[in-house]
Design a protein around this ligand. Structure first.
Ligand SMILES: *[C@@H]1O[C@H](CO)[C@@H](O)[C@H](O)[C@H]1NC(C)=O
Ligand SMILES: *[C@@H]1O[C@H](CO)[C@@H](O)[C@H](O)[C@H]1NC(C)=O
Ligand SMILES: *[C@@H]1O[C@H](CO)[C@@H](O)[C@H](O)[C@H]1NC(C)=O
Ligand SMILES: *[C@@H]1O[C@H](CO)[C@@H](O)[C@H](O)[C@H]1NC(C)=O
Ligand SMILES: *[C@@H]1O[C@H](CO)[C@@H](O)[C@H](O)[C@H]1NC(C)=O
Ligand SMILES: *[C@@H]1O[C@H](CO)[C@@H](O)[C@H](O)[C@H]1NC(C)=O
Ligand SMILES: *[C@@H]1O[C@H](CO)[C@@H](O)[C@H](O)[C@H]1NC(C)=O
Ligand SMILES: *[C@@H]1O[C@H](CO)[C@@H](O)[C@H](O)[C@H]1NC(C)=O
Length: 817
């Protein structure tokens, strides 16, 4: 059966690599010049190493989101060991990996934007090959490797891969974006695990509480070279006495990987023997055997303890900042913990066998506890101090991070500063108790090896004041989570800050999120592009639109949005959702502006204005083929919005004014971003009824029934009738006393009666007279048939847009009659 994406499929079939010259059989481990791996064929269009161990191609991380990756072919769940574009997935349409003629391997997104590429000036590249080691290489005409994926690892080292002085692996979070943990040679040339974020960067392996030699490290070899070998031994130049670390199942013939996991622990995994279905990865060595030693696990002020499973808790007087997520740790239950007016306003709470590692303001040796307390009390930035009984060492701290409670008694005792007014008599002090079998407080998911944090449903709060033009509600796709929380939150607030502080690092880590095709514009840029808002356009729906030209010569429409009551952050959240919507029959949103009170959208400029302009004026005659093509294109666009788009969008205001035509008269639906986003459960019924346009709105709009995607189907039915007849349906009603729905109902009844009648003459009367009888009878009949079913009163009996597309495709090639 024909599908709406038939043509896309055809194209990608043509693009499938044809490898090998001179009649040799194609080799699945080689990608020749000018060939590519297309996302539409991601299940078959892959490279496979000669011994079959590794595969390489586009890998789906979420519905509709792909990375270019290498994975173990035979593990049950794809175990990805390398990704070119982690944190910047590409779309499930038209994305492609190509080895270009000039020897550059590029990954492009749906809009041909380059998301990743190899160096540009590699000489004489002849082909790409996936080796049995899991290394993807580019080879030149003499067979020498000129580029290799082993030089840019993601979160995994493989046997034989060099851990060079510059190599590093960075953990992936459970949302498939780079996390805060890295494994690399430190500035002291020590192979280390580190926690890195904007404010904190410290090493937690080898154990910072010990001297280098106690950790079997040699501070005096700066060679910086390491590797994992085929027998399961890890070597590094700084290992004292050249003594390697060994897997528990040391020996040859086992497939292994060394991965920095999302929880900050470095683990060596072995793939167990057995039949395909029960092969799994088992841990044969791990860097940190006590998870609470890993830094940053419980966030600021949080304390990691064993009860007996590793658990995060807040100290007394503190509460979890963001329930369900320990990244942000705890916050004091009182507003500020300063220094108070005098010593009676503050107290210190004793946490035995506990430490917050790092952030020491100073170290004072051999002082009394009283002295240490007074130092912290008199310093307003001091949040607490560690005191070591016995030798009297005092460490006042200005930031409490990396908190942990030791499972065995130590001399370390932590005293945290609290206002005297806070009553903590009944609070539990988080303490490690390896004997206690009962669960204690919240399970710290991020620490536990077995439980994985589920990606929570995100449900946004409906704001009380009804927004004027956007109606967004929570929805469930995990992708949304990425969207709003990573792309928006992280990009806008965290990454941009990081960008300033260390552009180098950001670029390295693949954080070039939100590529050039969607960006924020300043008011000045847009004023310049539109020559101070000079060229007003007559079309485009809500808000005044201006024509403009961007610096890169792209023609755009700048739409000024008045009455936007939403604040900047909400506005940006919403935009990032619609920015992902991409279909050839929907107008693209290139960017936005949210400068002071200005709220503007930057949209694709579409050549020929709106369908209303063309259809209802006598400027040009739309021939039948064009009309059919418009009907099909609009149906495809709506089907994409309703069924394929990740967020399930309802347009709510489809009419000829909102259908734009490009230079080839290909339709592009506009204004869809303003519609409501529904959760797939369809439970939300709170859409404002102010948006629709009389004549195009479905009856349930008026009667107050829940709004579903079927309102668009109804509007589409009206547009179809207008396309065929060339007149506004509303014009039928003018002068009549009756309600437009009632008239339309009678009209539809008449049409359906005639359709059943098999009497062809009425059709010629109904079709736009300007066509002068020059139309396809079968197609016209099908269009009216579809319109009639779309205009059914009972919304449940209206077809879906997908089935409309199928019906149209079935007559697309119908013979002229
Ligand atoms: C692999 O996938 C199966 C089913 O899809 C799941 O039950 C299992 O937990 C997964 N295993 C791992 C190690 O993720
Ligand atoms: C291929 O690369 C190797 C190593 O860089 C170099 O020695 C050789 O000359 C190159 N061959 C060609 C044909 O460029
Ligand atoms: C970094 O420190 C600043 C100032 O103390 C604070 O506002 C911010 O939340 C911290 N960021 C992180 C990621 O902890
Ligand atoms: C440093 O380590 C490397 C690799 O183990 C070794 O070849 C080299 O001799 C060492 N250098 C010194 C000065 O010990
Ligand atoms: C798997 O089988 C090979 C060969 O039979 C053996 O050498 C190896 O130790 C086995 N691996 C494991 C993890 O049992
Ligand atoms: C936890 O919160 C941080 C910061 O708000 C966010 O970046 C991260 O995605 C969240 N993680 C999860 C699993 O919710
Ligand atoms: C104090 O004693 C502890 C434990 O005995 C020891 O680890 C620490 O290094 C000592 N501190 C000083 C400054 O001697
Ligand atoms: C603190 O709270 C406990 C019970 O919640 C109460 O018995 C005690 O008197 C309170 N102490 C102060 C100083 O308010």
């Amino acid at each position: 059966m024909a599908t709406p994406f038939f043509s896309t499929l055809l194209l990608s079939l043509i693009a499938i690599p044809t490898i090998g010259a001179g009649g040799t059989a194609p080799r699945s481990d080689i990608l020749a010049l000018k060939s590519s791996l297309a996302v539409e064929e991601y299940e078959t269009s892959i490279l496979r190493s000669q011994d079959g161990t590794f595969s390489c191609g586009l890998h789906s991380i979420y519905t509709g989101a792909f990375t270019f990756s290498i994975w173990y072919s035979d593990s049950l769940n794809k175990t990805v060991i390398w990704s070119a574009n982690r944190g910047r997935p590409v779309s499930s349409r038209r994305s492609v990996v190509t080895l270009r003629k000039d020897g550059v391997m590029v990954l492009t997104d749906y809009d041909a934007a380059v998301v990743w590429q190899t160096e540009a000036d590699l000489p004489n590249v002849q082909y790409a090959q996936l080796l049995d080691t899991g290394n993807l290489v580019l080879k030149n005409t003499s067979g020498a490797v000129v580029w290799q994926s082993f030089d840019s690892p993601t979160d995994t080292f493989l046997p034989t891969q060099q851990i060079s002085s510059t190599a590093k692996i960075v953990s992936s979070t459970q949302l498939h974006v780079p996390g805060h943990y890295t494994f690399r040679f430190s500035d002291q040339s020590i192979l280390s695990l580190m926690y890195d974020d904007t404010n904190v960067s410290d090493i937690y392996w080898p154990d910072p509480d010990y001297q280098y030699y106690e950790n079997n490290r040699n501070l005096y070899n700066s060679t910086r070279m390491g590797s994992l070998d085929n027998s399961g031994e890890i070597f590094a130049s700084d290992f004292a006495w050249h003594r390697p670390l060994a897997a528990s199942d040391k020996g040859y013939g086992i497939k292994r990987r060394l991965t920095l996991d999302y929880d900050g622990n470095l683990r060596l995994y072995s793939l167990s023997n057995g039949s395909d279905s029960n092969r799994k990865w088992t841990v044969s060595w791990l860097a940190v055997s006590q998870p609470c030693m890993i830094h940053g696990l419980c966030g600021p002020y949080g304390i990691c303890h064993y009860s007996p499973a590793p658990t995060c808790s807040c100290p007394p007087g503190y509460a979890m900042m963001n329930p369900g997520n320990w990244t942000q740790g705890c916050k004091p239950i009182v507003d500020t913990i300063g220094c108070g007016d005098g010593e009676h306003n503050m107290k210190f709470l004793r946490l035995p066998d506990t430490d917050f590692w790092g952030s020491d303001q100073q170290r004072i040796n051999q002082v009394s506890w009283q002295h240490c307390r007074n130092v912290c009390l008199s310093d307003c930035t001091c949040k607490g101090f560690q005191y070591q009984e016995g030798n009297g060492t005092c460490y006042p701290k200005n930031f409490l991070f990396n908190g942990r409670s030791f499972p065995t008694p130590t001399v370390r005792t932590m005293y945290i500063k609290l206002p005297a007014s806070v009553n903590v008599t009944n609070s539990l002090v988080p303490q490690s108790n390896v004997l206690n079998k009962e669960k204690h407080h919240l399970q710290c998911d991020r620490v536990s090896k077995t439980t994985r944090e589920p990606v929570p449903d995100v449900v946004r709060e409906d704001s009380k004041d009804e927004p004027k033009w956007f109606y967004f509600y929570g929805f469930i796709a995990a992708f949304f989570f990425i969207e709003v929380f990573f792309f928006t939150f992280a990009w806008f607030f965290v990454l941009r800050r990081e960008f300033r502080s260390s552009q180098q690092l950001v670029a390295e880590e693949g954080y070039r999120v939100m590529t050039s095709h969607f960006r924020m514009y300043s008011y000045r840029e847009l004023a310049k592009a539109t020559e101070k808002f000079k060229h007003e356009l007559g079309w485009g729906g809500s808000g005044i639109s201006y024509k403009g030209t961007l610096d890169d010569a792209r023609e755009v429409v700048v739409k000024r949005l008045d009455n936007v009551t939403r604040n900047k952050a909400e506005f940006q959240d919403e935009l990032h959702v619609i920015a992902r919507i991409n279909h050839m029959n929907l107008t693209r949103i290139w960017g936005f502006c949210s400068d002071r009170s200005h709220r503007m959208l930057v949209l694709e400029y579409v050549e020929n204005g709106s369908l209303a302009n063309v259809l209802f004026s006598n400027k040009m005659l739309l021939e039948w083929n064009m009309r059919f093509n418009i009907a099909l294109g609009v149906a495809k666009g709506l089907a994409y919005l309703h069924h394929e788009c990740l967020e399930w969008v309802i347009h709510c205001n489809l009419k000829p004014e909102n259908i734009l035509l490009d230079q080839d008269l290909e339709p592009k639906i506009t204004d869809f971003g303003f519609a409501k986003l529904l959760s797939r459960s369809g439970s939300n019924q709170n859409v404002s009824r102010a948006r629709g346009t009389l004549g195009y709105i479905a009856p349930e709009w008026v009667t107050g029934l829940p709004i579903t995607a079927k309102v668009d189907v109804y509007s589409y039915g009206v547009v179809l009738l207008e396309l065929v007849s060339g007149t506004r349906i509303l014009d039928f009603v003018v002068g009549l006393e009756e309600d437009v729905h009632v008239v339309l109902k009678k009209f539809v009844k008449m049409l359906s009666y005639r359709l059943d009648g098999e009497e062809p003459l009425w059709l010629a009367e109904f079709v736009d007279f300007r066509l002068d009888g020059d139309f396809n009878y079968l197609q016209a009949k099908e269009l009216i048939k579809i319109a009639v079913s779309c205009l059914t009163e009972d919304r449940k009996r209206r077809p879906t847009m997908e089935s409309v597309v199928e019906s149209l495709l079935s007559v697309e090639l119908a013979d002229e009659n």
